[in-house]
Design a binder for this molecule. Structure first.
Ligand code: SF4
Length: 313
């Protein structure tokens, strides 16, 4: 007997908080499966803050219904950071019972009843642009606003396949393997630097002096060595056509937890790495992952110098 109260397909809420909407727009570039499959065959997208047809109380009623009547049956995806100043009044989802329903309240209430909670984009995952200094609205990441586990899918914006892959994994197999920042290792398990098509130029000290040149972008600020994402192999633009370095501009580290404050100035190189007896220049490193990766870069450079692949300079 079919229980009519149990939805046949997983339900998804895609909630927008402090966001430029770039992640949902990027998701529309997804192919095989695409957005159409997501909302029709794979799952049921019950609420989409950007593309949904309903508005006002009709839209809020959809969220009410999901929270009250579909506990643990929906995946809550949040795009955007969460303002906490003035009790969260810098981002209001709508009106509930005649009162402003802030993003802070909404993610806590909807998140408490969700099966999984997913942060879409760097702002939701780590605070991102909205939490950059001086952070006037005191924005925080989704994880900082909730006391339950959040799966982070960072990127500014997300690559559509990072999100499609994560949602499909949750639906088909459950939670994917995650790293220390709660990111799926499937997509964030390796540095951009280690996957980059220009790695050979780095290894041989052939560096671009300005954007537009076809060499390694390290000396003009590339954050590929400290950024974990598979951009070089997955690529972007729907048909896997390009990514920043392929378009002759440095990676700015948009998927990293330090973005943007720890990645600026974007066109300045990582800090110097000093190794015993050797000073390797042209390095600047961000905060946590940066320091660790710098040691890795330093070790790599040292190895390259010792094997004669890299000139001392
Ligand atoms: S520094 Fe940037 S451009 Fe150079 S190899 Fe690494 S990721 Fe590629």
């Amino acid at each position: 007997m079919v229980n009519k109260d149990v939805p046949a397909k997983p339900l998804i809420i895609w909630l927008g908080t402090n966001t430029c909407a770039g992640d949902m727009l990027s998701l529309l570039n997804a192919k095989d499966p695409g957005y159409q499959e997501l909302i029709s065959s794979i799952a049921e997208l019950r609420f989409d803050y950007l593309l949904g047809a309903s508005e006002g109380s009709d839209a809020i009623n959809v969220l009410d219904d999901l929270q009250k009547n579909h506990k643990a049956a929906y995946i809550l995806v949040v795009e955007g950071s969460i303002p906490t100043r003035s009790n969260g009044l810098y981002s209001v989802i709508g009106y509930r019972n005649g009162k402003a329903w802030t993003a802070l309240q909404a993610v806590r209430e909807l998140g408490a009843e969700a099966r999984y909670v997913v942060a879409a984009g760097t702002c939701a995952a780590f605070g991102g642009i909205y939490a950059a200094a001086p952070n006037p609205s005191k924005c925080v990441s989704l994880q900082a606003a909730l006391d339950r586990k959040v799966i982070n899918v960072p990127g500014c914006p997300i690559n559509p396949e990072w999100m499609m892959g994560t949602l499909n994994h949750l639906i088909q197999y459950g939670e994917p393997a995650l790293d220390d920042y709660s990111r799926p290792k499937l997509f964030y398990g390796e540095t951009i630097h280690n996957l980059c098509q220009r790695r050979d130029y780095f290894d041989n000290s052939i560096f671009a002096a300005k954007p537009g040149e076809p060499w390694c972008m390290y000396k003009i600020g590339c954050k590929g060595p400290v950024t974990y994402a598979d951009c070089p192999v997955r690529q972007w633009n729907g048909e896997h056509l390009s990514w920043p370095v392929k378009a002759n501009t440095p990676c700015i580290g948009c998927a990293s937890p330090e973005f943007p404050d720890g990645d600026v100035p974007f066109f300045e190189h990582l800090p110097d790495v000093k190794l015993p007896g050797i000073k390797v220049t042209a390095n600047r490193v961000g905060l946590l992952t940066g320091v660790v990766t710098a040691l890795g870069i330093g070790a790599h450079l040292l190895g390259s110098i010792l094997t004669g692949r890299l000139r001392k300079h």
